[in-house]
Design a protein around this ligand. Structure first.
Ligand code: ATP
Ligand code: MG
Length: 559
């Protein structure tokens, strides 16, 4: 964490603290309950940091619990990826790895208990009929014709549902609460549905699966969770959560608290849309660096501490809001600025020939690895007669305030010499393909003994030992600052979200140590941004991702 961002305080932490002080709980137990139907995204990071963070800060524990109640959408790949991502983010559940499916037998027995108490019934209506009779916010629902079934008939049918006697969708088990309740969640909610689908953990043992509402609170109670923290859209489910806890002989009485979910500009955090992006081939997978997934951020070179810092800065509130994507970039820059060694790379190379530098000669010059951290040391860079500079750093007919290279203009090459542009060579199409320059040997190290000044310092790479690299630049995946995330999401995709540069030139030190996915592998390419080797790198052919630019590109986009 950065020193600048103080420890979090928020209403959830206040509640936990008060409960510990009052002795309501001896220690705090939280959980992070992902459904394994996709990869984790930055919104989940908020929930992880909150739940695991509270456990750490108050000396309690946090469980990782897979909410694996819908095998139609859940996969082992997601379970594995979620574990990896939670670890990567810096949290550990220790021995507290759980699955809602571990409790399927207990949940089933509790469902039978509700039937026996006259508090649950088997409904033969179709899903459409159930929806149509649920009523609206202003009108009460109507009772199912099957609501008055006898306890024995209900038990018999429910047991046969379990045994697999009925096809998918033909019957459900519903809690018998109140079809006229002002809270729609209490209008006889579904507890079990029939689904003949194999489960990643229980195989074909079950033909019925519990609903989120029936599984969640009871799983919390079994694990003796003290504070069950979830997002605001579950506030309306809390009376139902409490109803089950009240009517079942559960071993503990957890309480649910709700906080605002994280929303980010330019970003969609709907798992449905993220899945559609992957399955539709709009991105190169869940870990595509344009994805707001933790796997995507990791691949892009974002250090986990940057995400934790961002989440801390966002805070935990009771009302929903949208956070600027630029704020996340700020935390990423903060973290990388401290740690990333500086290197030189040229993304769009323009060849420079130093006419008065001897042919065949090269020399090595010293370059600092970090301007603010001498402990990172120095390295040697090669200088020679042929160099590359950034194409953008030359203009043939510059406007008044352009101080970089143009005919007759002198600039400093970082760590090297002053050079002056004499002539621009063009190809048949009239494009500038080479600059003819001279250097001043008296300016070695970048200062003129006669005190003359230059107004620009450029990065460069020597042709003699330049390493060719592919560099991938990422822009927002969606054009709109507030992507709807609805059905038409594809029309809002940014066609320029990925820019591939195939012939970038790197100084050799930048290409070294490009172990794929190595932690803290990020480097700053001077004047360009922070970059990190991609897993697509091959020996002698590095591929770099731009993690983030040096400036706030979202702010610039607004002008
Ligand atoms: P869905 O339930 O629609 O598949 P989900 O994003 O809620 O999607 P879960 O796997 O159920 O996915 O989420 C696990 C936990 O992460 C939940 O407790 C949920 O409240 C929390 N969570 C999900 N999205 C966000 C978000 N944007 N901000 C904060 N917490 C979130
Ligand atoms: Mg959910």
């Amino acid at each position: 964490m950065t020193e600048e961002t103080p420890e979090a305080r928020d209403f959830i932490r206040d509640i936990v603290q008060a409960d510990l002080v009052a002795g309501t709980h001896k220690s705090v137990v939280t959980r992070f309950p992902p459904e394994p139907n996709g990869y984790l995204h930055i919104g989940h990071a908020k929930s992880i940091c909150l739940n695991f963070g509270i456990a750490q800060e108050f000396g309690g524990r946090c469980h990782l619990r897979f909410d694996d109640t819908n095998p139609a959408k859940e996969e082992q790949e997601y379970i594995d990826a979620i574990k990896d991502d939670v670890h990567w983010l810096g949290f550990d559940w220790g021995t507290n790895l759980h699955h809602a499916s571990d409790y399927f037998e207990q949940l089933y027995l509790w469902a039978e208990k509700l039937i026996q108490d006259g508090k649950a019934y088997v409904d033969d209506q179709t899903a459409d009929e159930i929806r149509a009779t649920r009523g609206t916010l202003t009108e009460a629902g109507t009772n199912s014709p099957f609501r008055t079934r006898s306890i024995d008939e209900n038990l018999d049918l429910f047991r046969r549902m379990r045994a697999g006697e009925f096809p998918d969708g033909t019957r459900v088990l519903r809690a018998k609460i109140d079809m006229a309740s002002g809270n729609i969640n209490l209008r006889d909610p579904v507890m079990y549905r029939i689904l003949h689908a194999p489960h990643p953990r229980t195989g074909t043992a079950w033909k019925i699966y519990p609903s989120y509402d029936f599984a969640h609170g009871q799983s919390d109670a079994i694990e003796t969770i003290t504070h069950s923290v979830c997002t605001l859209e579950f506030a309306d489910h809390r009376p139902l959560y409490d109803w089950f806890i009240e009517h079942l002989p559960v071993p503990s009485r957890p309480r649910q608290y709700e906080f605002a979910r994280l929303n980010l500009t330019h970003t969609v955090l709907s798992k449905r849309v993220l899945t559609a992006l992957v399955k539709g081939g709009h991105v190169a997978g869940w870990d595509d660096p344009r994805m707001p997934t933790l796997a995507g951020f990791r691949r892009r070179g974002v250090p986990p501490e940057a995400i934790r810092d961002f989440i801390k800065r966002v805070g935990v509130a009771k009302s929903n809001s949208v956070v600027e994507a630029g704020m996340l970039d700020f935390s990423i820059r903060e973290a990388l600025n401290r740690a990333a060694p500086r290197r030189m790379a040229v993304l769009r190379p323009l060849k420079v020939v130093i006419e008065n530098y001897p042919e065949g000669k090269t020399e090595t010059l010293e370059a600092v690895n970090h301007p603010d951290d001498a402990s990172l040391g120095t390295r040697q860079v090669t200088f020679g007669r042929e160099l590359y500079v950034e194409h953008d750093d030359f203009m043939e007919n510059p406007p008044k305030k352009f101080f970089r290279l143009s005919p007759g203009q002198e600039v400093r090459l970082r760590y090297a010499y002053f050079i002056k542009c004499r002539e621009a060579i063009k190809n048949a199409a009239g494009e500038v393909v080479e600059l003819r320059c001279t250097y001043d040997p008296e300016t070695k190290g970048g200062n003129a003994p006669d005190g003359r000044k230059v107004k620009a310092t450029l990065h460069w790479v020597a042709a003699a030992d330049a390493v060719d690299a592919e560099v991938r630049l990422y822009n927002p995946l969606f054009l709109s600052p507030a992507p709807s995330g609805g059905e038409g999401f594809a029309a809002d995709l940014n066609p320029q979200s990925l820019e591939v540069i195939r012939d970038a030139k790197l100084e050799p030190a930048a290409a070294i140590g490009n172990a794929p996915n190595a932690v803290h592998c990020a480097v700053q390419f001077e004047r360009l941004g922070y970059f990190c080797p991609d897993k697509d790198s091959a020996p002698g052919k590095p591929v770099f991702n731009r993690t983030v630019g040096l400036r706030d590109s979202y702010a610039k986009a607004k002008d």
